[in-house]
Design a protein around this ligand. Structure first.
Ligand code: ZN
Length: 306
């Protein structure tokens, strides 16, 4: 299985357009030995020909153009066979509207996420220009299904959704009762090799079921949004704690680094990293803690082969 990180940042990207926090300031000026990051999106393939995107970021056009494997192989063609949505956040869904150039799309999502994106959304009509423009395929908890594109041909990859503690996207808060389909992680298994990718780019906690999936995987991507619970508050950038935004912080007592310390998955990678997170700074104490714990930090262009 080939895994390509198209974008590693949380919503807003790194740097974020309206942010002058130390990280954003220093990456702009070049004072920080780090590269900018686009918003989270990962591509997965078993054969190197058909690719499945995990989420569709607002920067999807530049992400496709920066990755040759995603370029068309004919006058009208895309190697992108389908797109998997892990929740309804705009940084995961807005890119769908950028793929409106009359191309049939297959989208995997829970029923809650499908409804959140399609109902009452007049812009969704741009993806309903012709019959069959979008084919939705339902993801249900723990139910394994083959990943397929428009042609329905087997990809060699199976996917299963795992509910992860989360919350509705900000623009839908308060509009419906809580639903376990609001936020999921996915396990993708290559049938030929049996190798497993566990992908949890947003989670407010680690449930026992999640922990089992992480332990059984050959590679884990996990929520690296915030280092500290009060990260935005301490920087004077917001009034919400990480947990209120449904993100388990990486550092501190009870943080994911500590919580997942016993998980011996060979490859462990933090993704969906907010621009304020001090682990983005090479050489920082936080970065050293992450590396000492055996974790890597995703970056745009990162490749993993399982
Ligand atoms: Zn910033």
């Amino acid at each position: 299985m080939r895994i390509k990180v198209l974008g590693a940042a949380a919503g807003g990207g790194f740097p974020q357009w309206n942010c002058g926090c130390p990280n954003c300031r220093d990456v702009r000026s070049g004072a920080l030995a780090a590269k900018p990051l686009t918003q989270e999106c990962v591509a997965v393939s078993a054969d190197g020909e058909r690719w499945f995107l995990l989420n569709a970021s607002p920067e999807i056009r530049s992400q496709i153009e920066s990755n040759g494997v995603l370029h068309p192989r004919g006058p009208r063609h895309s190697p992108i066979a389908a797109i998997v949505l892990t929740n309804g956040d705009l940084d995961h869904c807005l890119g769908l509207l950028s793929l409106r150039e009359s191309h049939p799309l297959v989208i995997y999502a829970t029923e809650r996420v499908r409804r959140g994106f399609t109902e009452g959304n007049v812009l969704y009509r741009t993806l309903q220009r012709f019959p069959g423009q979008v084919t939705w395929r339902l993801l249900e908890a723990e139910k394994e299904t083959e990943l397929t594109g428009v042609d329905g041909q087997a990809s060699g990859l199976a996917i299963a959704a795992v509910p992860a503690p989360g919350k509705p996207p900000v623009h839908l808060e308060g509009s419906a009762s809580p639903d376990p389909g609001e936020n999921i992680g996915v396990v993708i298994q290559e049938r030929r090799t049996g190798k497993r990718l566990a992908y949890f780019s947003a989670s407010a906690a680690v449930t026992p079921a999640m922990r089992k999936k992480l332990e059984d995987a050959d590679c884990v991507f996990f929520d690296g949004t915030f280092w500290a619970s009060d990260e935005l508050i301490a920087l004077g950038l917001g009034d919400k704690r990480a947990e209120q935004m449904a993100h388990l912080p990486v550092g501190g007592p009870g943080g994911s680094l500590q919580t997942l310390a016993g998980v011996g998955t060979p490859k462990r990678i933090y993704i969906h990293i907010n621009n304020t997170n001090p682990m983005l700074r090479p050489g920082s104490a936080e970065r050293k803690q992450v590396e000492a714990g055996g974790w890597e930090i995703a970056y745009d262009g990162m490749e993993v082969e399982l």
